[in-house]
Structures are given as structure tokens and as C-alpha cells.
Design a protein around this ligand. Structure first.
Ligand code: ADP
Ligand code: MG
Length: 683
């Protein structure tokens, strides 16, 4: 059901609805990206910090280690032992200190007096002679003698046998004897071994450490892995006479996105959030659809209420109008607002009935509980007043209003304006009356020949008696007065007879008020009997009455019923006129009470019966087989009987010949004892 008030959403409307969702998704996207970026950044910082700390610690350690090497050598410098003892001390020291590969004793001019090499490493002075690689040591020694303190040399490369080489740093300690410079003690340290020794104590499994020169040339390296070159930290190891550059390089590469726990968590969360947003969006869409359906249903209901021609009115328990549809407003002529404002009497109650209505209303509130739904649904008639003061009849059907919790909160009433219906009823009543009068006249018209025949007899008798009397008067004798008297009596008799005929016709035609009354069956039959007998006499038929000793009462409109009886008897008599022997022309009128509520009337003739063909259209208006017939009798009879709530039918006569027409009429209820009872139309 599509409603013009709710066209499908326009593009603009859709965009407006999608807007907030798009914004939400965008914000979610930004937040998620930010989270991921921050997580990666955090990871970066953490790795860099770790590398930094490790570099600082290792540099400190390295410096400590090199200085301790220096202290160990100083022990050897103060011992002014003979050569053999010195060598022994030096060898012991070389065995103890890893990284220290060679110790030399030099004189004040720098010439090597004595040298001991470590047993754990190849001899340094193997490929190149000592003097070719001694420049750095000489410089350190001269600096040491100037400062009168141990000095480190610059590092230099020493090629070894087997194509390898090692970066070496020399440490020169000035020797003094009695305050005079007495030579130098030179220790050569292999940097890779020194570095290894330092790292042995540290957790350096995830970093590569190296000593580099200022230009980045690597002098020595240590540590298991190769550095990835991403998290790098360099520290200066400050030593007397020289500074070494220590570089720590983490083996870890850039943090990858997924294997990272934080990132994975964030991504998972984002997915979940996205799912929730989708669910929400679907829910919202469903709600929107439901809302639209509800709005449409409401609009439909409103259109229905507004288009209804029946007045609808809702009232609360106090009788205040809470709702009135347009039809009700139009009916009484007040606006809905005006009706709702009213606190006391509704404005459509006629003032003269207000007290009565109020009482009825209160009674209804009290009596509501005791009434069955059937009773509650039955309407009642009352009178309302329009705004212009006009009173009009209405029919009200009330139904209790029950709220969601099952509480009775008031009444919903359907109000029907009966004034139009009343007008139609009045019109139809008038028409009905006119029709009946016409029908009666038509019957009389049909009977005109019969009447003329019937009146002809007394009239011709009167005429002949009158002629006879005149003759008597022309030649009077002694018998004349007696005869004259006799003739005049006959004339009076015949005139009376003619008068009776005229009266029976007049009685029949006279327009009587249409009333449903309770009368006995014999009274009904006797009323038409004179006319029936007239007809019967003309055709030579006998009339037989078959009534119970105590004739039952029926409830009917007597005028109409007389017409029915007259029609049926006339048909019966007419049917016997041709095919039936004079002796057999009997018409029986029978009345029986078959049921406490119903009385059956039968009109039985001895005619030729009714052919199946004729039977099919017997009750059709204007169906007739008679030359002078109108074909209206039976159709009128059936209408009248059905209006009384009865039924009219026919069958073959009881003896297998002739026809029996039967109709039923309601018996009055026990309470109605003969006096006139108002029919529905009269009220
Ligand atoms: N008792 C009857 N026996 C045989 N035929 C009948 C009888 N009553 C009615 N009919 C048939 O039904 C027809 C219709 O009857 P009716 O409606 O009274 O009109 P009408 O009497 O003017 O012909 C008659 O013409 C006749 O053929
Ligand atoms: Mg007829």
C-alpha cells in the first residue's frame, strides 16, 4: 500500500541519512590508522631505546675494561725485576688478560728491549717488522713521556699469517727510575678480542657491536648477528690519548604490522568495531522501515476514519469527548476542539433531555460490568441536537475502550444519523399505502363485470316489481293493496341486497390505516366472505369453511390479508369455471394452528391444477393465462405474506386433483391479547 504522503526517499534524503554513517566510518578509520601508527612508532622507539641503552652500557664497560688493562700493565711497570723475572711476570699477565697480545719493554729512546707474546694468538710481529708498524706506539710513548702518564695509541692494522689481520691499539706506560724517565712499557691489545671480552658479560645476542672510525670504517666487530642498520647507536669511548667510536646495531628490522601483538589487537578491535557499526546500521535501517510502515498504517487509519460516513466518538469514563472523527463533527456541527473543550454536558445533547441522558450515562458506567458483550454491542436509539438547534435521531453502538494494561478507560461509539433513513422510511410507507389503495382498486376493477352482474339482478328485480306495481295501480281491485305491499317489500329486499353488494365493495376499497393487529382467523375470513360468495354464486361453486372450533389468532395487517384471501379464492373459483363439473366445484378455506408461533391458511380448489411450466413463473408479475387477467394477484400475495414474516406456496390438492395454496402467518405472542400492537413502521 503506497501512500502519497510517503514517497520513496529522494536522493537528497538518502544522502542526508548516509551522512552521519559515513562520518562515523571516517572517524573510525582515522582513529584506527592513528592507533596503528602510534603502535608502530612505540615499537620503533622501544627498539631504539634498547639499542641506545645497550650502546651506552657497552661503551662504559669497554672503557672500564681498557682502563683495567692499563692498571694490570702498571703492576708490571713498577717491578724493576731482572729480565727473566720480568718475562715471567709478563707471560703470566698475557695468560690472564684476554685481548692483550704482546708486552714490550723499551728504553727511553723507544728501542724494544724485551717482548713477550701471548700464547693464545698468532704472533703480531710476523709479516711486518716491528719498526714498520711502530709509528703509532712511538707517538703514544712520546705523548706518555710528556704527560708522565699512560697513553693509548691510535689503532692500526696488523696483517697476520693466513691472509688475515687484526686491528690493534697500543698502550704506552712511561717507566721512571728515581724520578728520571727510564723507558716505556708497551702493551698491544687486539680490539676484536677486547670487544668480545666486554660482550661476554652482556646480553648482546640481538645486536651487532663494532668499533668504527669517524668516517665509518669498521675496525672491529663482535656479536653473533648482523645489524640491520635501522636501530643504530654510537658512543664515544674516551681513553687517554685516543677516542674510540662504539656502534651498536640491532639485528631487528622495522617492525612489521601483523606479527606485532599490539597492532594485531588494534586491528582485531577495529574489525570488531566495524562489525558493530554494520550491525547498528542494519538495526537502524530496520527501525526506519518499521517506522515508515507504522506511519503508513497510521495514515491509512486516519484516512479511513476521515472518509468514514459513520460518526466516531471516543469518551473517557467521565463522559468527556476525547476524540471525534470528521463525520461526527459534520453530523453535530461542532469542531473537534469545541467538543473536546466541553467539560460538562456535550453540546449535542438537547437541553430538554440532558438530565435523562446524564442518568443513562451514569447507569451505563455502573451497569457495564454486568452486561454481556452481545448486549454491549447492541445499539440504542436516541436524539442529538445539531449546532443550529435541529434535533435528529441517531443510532449509537458503544464498545468499551480498553488500554494496553487491560484497564477500561472509556467508550468508543459509532453514531449513525438516522434522519435520512427516517425520511426514506416515511416516503416508502406513503408509497406502500398508495400502492395498496391502487391494488385494491385494481381488484375491484377486475371484479367490475362481476359487480355489474351482481347489481343487475336486484335492479332488474326491482324494475319488474315496480312495473308490476304500476300495472296493479292502473286496474286496482280488492287484492291490489295486498299485492302492492308484497311487491314493495320485494323491492325493499332487493334494494337492500344491492346495498349489501355496494357496501361489501365499499368496505373493501375503503382506505384503512395500516396496522399490525391481532385478530382471530374467522373474523379475517368473514370480512372477505361476502365478496367471495358473490364470485362463487356467479360460477356456481360452493364455499366450504374448515375452521377449528376455537379459531386461532394471527398477527397481521388485516386489509392486506383480506386482499390475499380474496385473490386466492378468486383464482380457485376461476380455475374451476371451465374444466370442473358443477357438482364438484367446491372451494375449501381451511385454517390450522400447526405450531405455537404459526397459523396455516389453505385455499383448496378442484380445478385442473397447475402445469409445471406455469408453476415456474406463477409468482412473476404480469404472468397470466386468463384473457382478462392482470397477472398481479399471486405476486402481490407473496409480497404481502413475506412482509408479515410468513411464506406462501402451493401444491396439488389433497385428493390428487385441484390445487392447494397455503400461507403462514405469525401467531401473536402470549402477552398480546387482541388489542392493537404498534408495528415497527409506526414508531
Ligand atoms: N388455483 C389455481 N389453479 C390453476 N391455476 C392457477 C390457480 N391460481 C393461479 N393460477 C394460474 O396462475 C396465473 C396467475 O395468477 P394471478 O397472479 O392471480 O393472475 P391472474 O389471476 O390475473 O391471471 C393464472 O393466470 C393461472 O394460470
Ligand atoms: Mg388472480
Amino acid at each position: 500500500m503506497s501512500n502519497p504522503e510517503f514517497p520513496p526517499l529522494s536522493l537528497h534524503g538518502r544522502l542526508r541519512r548516509a551522512g552521519p554513517w559515513a562520518l562515523l566510518l571516517a572517524l573510525l578509520g582515522v582513529a584506527q590508522t592513528l592507533l596503528v601508527v602510534l603502535a608502530v612508532k612505540y615499537e620503533n622507539t622501544r627498539s631504539q631505546d634498547e639499542t641506545d641503552t645497550l650502546a651506552t652500557e657497552t661503551a662504559t664497560e669497554m672503557r672500564r675494561d681498557l682502563l683495567s688493562q692499563m692498571q694490570a700493565l702498571q703492576v708490571l711497570a713498577f717491578a724493576e725485576a731482572p729480565a727473566a723475572a720480568w718475562r715471567e711476570g709478563a707471560a703470566a699477565l698475557l695468560r690472564k688478560r684476554q685481548g692483550l697480545w704482546r708486552v714490550e719493554r723499551r728504553n727511553a729512546q723507544g728501542a724494544v728491549l724485551d717482548a713477550v707474546d701471548t700464547p693464545f694468538a698468532p704472533t703480531l710481529v710476523s709479516i711486518l717488522p716491528r719498526k714498520d708498524m711502530g709509528v703509532d706506539a712511538d707517538l703514544a710513548c712520546s705523548a706518555a713521556s710528556h704527560a708522565a702518564a699512560p697513553m693509548f695509541s691510535r689503532t692500526y692494522f696488523v696483517p697476520l699469517t693466513g691472509g688475515q689481520g687484526v686491528e690493534v691499539i697500543d698502550l704506552c706506560l712511561p717507566l721512571q727510575q728515581a724520578g728520571q724517565p727510564a723507558g716505556f712499557l708497551v702493551g698491544s691489545l687486539a680490539l676484536p678480542q677486547v670487544l668480545d671480552a666486554v660482550l661476554q658479560a652482556r646480553d648482546a645476542r640481538r645486536h651487532e657491536f663494532s668499533l668504527v672510525e669517524g668516517d665509518g670504517t669498521r675496525l672491529a666487530r663482535a656479536g653473533v648477528p648482523r645489524g640491520a642498520g635501522i636501530y643504530v647507536a654510537e658512543r664515544v669511548v674516551d681513553l687517554p690519548g685516543v677516542s674510540l667510536q662504539l656502534r651498536a646495531d640491532a639485528a631487528a628490522g622495522r617492525p612489521s604490522l601483523i606479527p606485532n601483538l599490539v597492532t594485531a589487537l588494534v586491528l582485531g578491535l577495529s574489525l570488531a568495531l566495524f562489525g558493530v557499526v554494520l550491525l547498528l546500521a542494519r538495526d537502524v535501517r530496520r527501525r526506519a522501515v518499521a517506522e515508515r510502515a507504522l506511519a503508513e498504517a497510521l495514515a491509512f487509519r486516519k484516512a479511513m476514519e476521515d472518509s468514514l460516513s459513520t460518526g466516531l466518538r471516543a469518551r473517557d469514563l467521565k463522559g468527556r469527548v476525547t476524540y471525534a472523527n470528521p463525520a461526527f463533527c459534520a453530523m453535530v456541527g461542532f469542531t473537534q476542539d469545541r467538543l473536546r473543550q466541553e467539560d460538562g454536558m456535550p453540546p449535542y445533547w438537547p437541553p430538554e433531555f440532558a438530565a435523562e441522558y446524564l442518568q443513562r450515562h451514569n447507569q451505563r458506567i455502573l451497569g457495564q460490568a454486568g452486561r454481556s458483550p452481545q448486549e454491549q454491542r447492541e445499539g440504542f436509539e436516541t436524539v442529538f441536537m445539531r449546532q443550529n438547534g435541529e434535533r435528529f435521531p441517531v443510532m449509537i453502538y458503544d464498545a468499551p475502550l480498553v488500554d494496553g494494561q487491560g484497564r477500561h478507560t472509556g467508550w468508543m461509539s459509532a453514531v449513525l444519523d438516522l434522519s435520512a433513513q427516517r425520511r426514506v422510511e416515511e416516503l416508502s410507507r406513503q408509497q406502500q399505502e398508495r400502492l395498496q389503495a391502487t391494488a385494491r382498486l385494481a381488484t375491484v376493477g377486475e371484479m367490475a363485470s362481476l359487480l355489474s352482474h351482481e347489481l343487475n339482478q336486484p335492479l332488474s328485480a326491482i324494475a319488474s316489481y315496480a312495473t308490476g306495481s304500476l300495472n296493479l295501480l292502473e286496474a286496482p281491485d280488492t287484492t291490489t293493496p295486498g299485492l302492492l305491499r308484497q311487491a314493495l317489500e320485494r323491492i325493499a329486499e332487493q334494494a337492500e341486497r344491492a346495498g349489501r353488494v355496494i357496501k361489501s365493495v365499499h368496505d373493501f376499497v375503503r382506505r384503512r390505516e395500516q396496522l399490525h393487529e391481532s385478530i382471530t382467523a374467522d373474523v379475517l375470513i368473514e370480512a372477505v366472505l361476502p365478496l367471495v360468495r358473490l364470485q362463487a354464486r356467479k360460477s356456481g361453486a360452493r364455499i366450504e369453511l374448515d375452521l377449528p372450533t376455537k379459531p386461532p389468532r394471527v398477527r397481521c395487517d388485516r386489509t392486506m390479508l383480506e386482499q390475499v384471501l380474496l385473490n386466492l379464492t378468486r383464482n380457485g373459483i376461476q380455475a374451476m369455471e371451465t374444466g370442473t363439473a358443477l357438482a364438484e366445484r367446491v372451494l375449501t378455506l381451511r385454517v390450522r394452528q400447526t405450531h405455537p408461533r404459526w397459523v396455516v391458511f389453505s385455499v383448496v380448489d378442484a380445478g385442473p391444477g397447475i402445469s409445471a411450466e406455469a408453476a415456474a413463473q406463477l409468482f412473476t408479475p404480469f404472468f397470466t393465462t386468463k384473457a382478462e387477467g392482470m397477472g398481479l394477484g399471486l405476486s402481490l400475495c407473496r409480497t404481502v405474506i413475506e412482509q408479515h414474516g410468513g411464506a406462501l406456496d402451493f401444491s396439488a390438492g389433497p385428493a390428487g386433483r385441484g390445487t392447494e395454496f397455503r400461507f403462514t402467518l405469525p401467531a401473536p405472542k402470549a402477552a398480546e391479547t387482541g388489542e392493537t400492537v404498534g408495528s415497527a413502521a409506526a414508531n
